[in-house]
Design a protein around this ligand. Structure first.
Ligand SMILES: [Zn+2]
Length: 113
């Protein structure tokens, strides 16, 4: 007889616990290839979402846990094509926002003047 696969977790209210891997719902984000699991805390029954390593997720699914695939919302999948914004850029933006002619400065920087 195979031993039951156990998963460990932690609840802010109840502390650490162990549950059968079969009560987990493994969530695989196909966009960033990360895994989380959703389960109810055995102490307070709150729904918890915990990050898990790939091998733990695979072990849970093999043991009978459900697998759920999901994708990030569109706005989180967007990637810019320009240069990354630096802390200096943000400092300059903050100074520009205090100017009374901020709209004119913005138009000029975009070639719209
Ligand atoms: Zn709890």
């Amino acid at each position: 007889m195979e031993a039951e696969v156990q998963a460990t977790g932690s609840c802010d209210l109840c502390g650490n616990f162990r549950v059968s891997a079969t009560v987990l719902t493994v969530r695989h984000c196909v966009d960033d290839d990360t895994f989380t699991c959703r389960l109810r805390c055995p102490g307070c029954a709150r729904v918890l979402l915990l990050p898990v390593a790939r091998h733990v997720a695979e072990q849970s699914v093999r043991a009978g846990g459900l697998l759920e695939l999901w994708t990030l919302p569109i706005e989180e999948r967007e990637r810019g094509h320009g240069m990354p914004v630096s802390i200096d850029d943000l400092g300059e933006l903050l100074i520009d926002l205090d100017r009374v002619d901020v709209v004119d400065v913005l138009r000029e920087s975009l070639g719209m003047s």
